[in-house]
Design a protein around this ligand. Structure first.
Ligand SMILES: O=P(O)(O)OC[C@H]1O[C@H](O)[C@H](O)[C@@H](O)[C@@H]1O
Length: 548
């Protein structure tokens, strides 16, 4: 069944929200808290090891009522049923969207083209487990009989960002293997990694869903050439494995069929870390931890699938985001993880969110006349506090932010953890309340300033507050809780795509640049009568001169 295609602006709920927005747009959250002592409790969801507090948002129970009505009116329930059961909801590519099947239990039955995909998923999982155990235990050897010490993941986009982010986030759980990620076609990337490698003990994992991606094939070729400077052709078989849907292309590249981990067209690149694309994750943290990551994601799938919308974390977060995006006209959202392990989390989400929902044509093929996908950015706290928080606190832009924190530390240093958590809590409080003129003046009392000096400084020291945040407080960073967190954002993406009536699972917008790059690449060594605008032509000729 196709996804329902309902223009959200034609719903009753949208009209109610529009009117309601005019009524509450200037209300300060401080007043909402003052008038309802139970606000924090009624606007939070406690589920397993997740405590999601969304009370520090510019909304009332009436707002939530209309937002939930919007979810009903766009037929979110029907869309969810299609998402989980393998409907072709990626209509422009004619594909199912089944990353949730990758983490479903063995007993599940998910039919694609008349066939249950679960046995095949579990067969590949078994291969991942066996291979991981053989590499980690040192049983599998390189061409000179030494065990592997290093793993190089060669991929880009979804074949890089997911595995790289998870490996970074689960660093605490890592084994002795050193992992490297090569993605950029910039030769500096691969060459810097090569400096750290020993060909005798390095395993290469070439990851590409299509196996046609220029960057990945170039990097894989360069690494293989370097490898062959030290080893002979037969050694490639014991040092190179691949993950792809395109078995023929992988074989053409020279990797043995036995060394290919398959994936499927019904897994989108940016949602693929749960498949064999996550092989590097499994190698880095061990199969058991990889499995826990998947189990955590599955628990979030169940929560999303079975919980009423009002208490459904991904649904509520998606609706709040729509509220800011479409009514307050907020352009971006920040994601701030209070954990150094989450350094790559926002970068990862950028692909997930912006490649999925950066669309301007609706599911009927018509241009939308409302805003869709949000810009996503962020860095871990507390570092980001000392970098860009100034703008969030006192700038002119409204930037709703997700604050993600872990109550228990992994390192066990209470002093550091208390300081980290005090910042985590203080920032959302500061963003909520701000600082009034009266408070600033009171603070100034102890300072030796004249009244004129005080009045001069006053406007700069006032914080308006009323800056919205969600707090996603998780008990501890584990493979399972990370799996839940990632799946939470995946479902948020889905819900927003349904509301905005767009296709979230294609990415036609990345094609044009690729096509032109291929054309220009040929022109570097070709004749000079190219068809380009004058700017591109000048730049192209400038480069041609420089490279001679
Ligand atoms: O895995 P691959 O086929 O090499 O694709 C890698 C990436 O490249 C494309 O340009 C897409 O925009 C991404 O969604 C994809 O993850």
């Amino acid at each position: 069944m196709a996804l329902p295609a309902i223009n959200p602006t034609t719903t009753q709920a949208w009209k109610l929200l529009k009117k309601h927005f005019e009524d509450i747009k200037n209300i300060h959250m401080k007043d909402l808290f003052a008038s309802d002592s139970n606000r924090a409790n009624t606007n939070s969801i406690i589920w397993e090891d997740f405590y999601v507090d969304y009370s520090k948002n510019r909304l009332t129970s009436e707002t939530m009522e209309y937002l939930l009505q919007l979810a009903e009116e766009v037929k979110l329930k029907d869309a969810m049923a299609g998402y989980f059961s393998g409907d072709v909801i990626n209509e422009t590519e004619g594909r199912e969207v089944l990353h949730t099947a990758l983490r479903a239990p063995k007993s599940a039955k998910i039919i694609v083209d008349g066939e249950d995909v679960m046995p095949e998923i579990y067969r590949v999982k078994q291969d991942i487990e066996t291979f991981t155990n053989n590499v980690v235990s040192g049983e599998l050897k390189g061409y000179t009989g030494k065990s592997f010490t290093d793993v190089v993941n060669i991929g880009i986009g979804g074949s890089d960002l997911g595995p790289a982010m998870v490996v970074e986030s689960l660093q605490y759980y890592k084994n002795h293997l050193t992992t490297h990620f090569v993605s950029n076609v910039d030769g500096d990337h691969v060459n810097e990694v090569i400096k750290e490698l020993d060909p005798e003990t390095t395993l290469f994992v070439v990851v590409s869903k299509t196996f046609t991606t220029q960057e990945t094939l170039s990097n894989a070729n360069t690494l293989r050439t370097w490898f062959l400077e030290h080893a002979n052709q037969e050694a490639v078989a014991s040092h190179f494995v691949a993950v792809s849907t395109n078995i023929e292309k992988v074989k053409e590249f020279g990797i043995n069929e036995a060394n290919i981990f398959p994936m499927w067209n019904w897994v989108g690149g940016r949602f693929s870390l749960w498949s064999a694309v996550g092989l590097t994750i499994s190698l880095a943290v061990g199969y058991k931890n990889f499995e826990s990551l998947l189990e955590g994601a599955h628990q979030m799938d169940e929560h999303f699938k079975t919980t009423d919308f009002k208490n459904n974390i991904p649904v509520v977060l998606a609706l709040i985001s729509v509220w800011y995006n479409n009514f307050f006209k907020a352009e971006s959202e920040a994601v701030i993880g209070y954990s150094q392990y989450l350094t790559q989390f926002a970068t990862y989400l950028q692909q997930g969110i912006m490649e999925s929902n950066g669309k301007s044509v609706d599911r009927n093929g018509d241009k939308v006349d409302y805003q869709t996908g949000t810009l996503i950015w962020g860095e871990p706290g507390t570092n980001s506090q000392h970098a860009f928080f100034q703008l969030i606190h006192q700038g002119t832009k409204l930037i709703p932010a997700d604050f993600i924190g872990f109550a228990e530390s992994l390192h066990g240093n209470k002093d550091h953890q208390d300081k980290l958590m005090s910042n985590f809590l203080a920032q959302t409080e500061a963003l909520l309340n701000g600082k009034t003129k009266a408070q600033v003046l009171q603070e100034m009392e102890s300072q030796k300033l004249s009244d004129v000096e005080k009045q001069k400084l006053l406007p700069f020291k006032v914080f308006e507050g009323n800056k919205p945040t969600n707090t996603i407080f998780i008990k501890k960073l584990t493979p399972a809780s990370l799996g839940k967190l990632i799946a939470m954002y995946e479902h948020k993406i889905f819900v927003q795509g349904v509301i905005w009536n767009i296709f979230s699972y294609d990415q036609w917008g990345v094609e044009l640049g690729k096509q032109l790059a291929n054309k220009i690449l040929k022109e570097f060594d070709g004749a000079e009568n190219y068809e380009h605008d004058s700017s591109t032509l000048n730049l192209l000729n400038y480069y041609k001169k420089q490279r001679q």
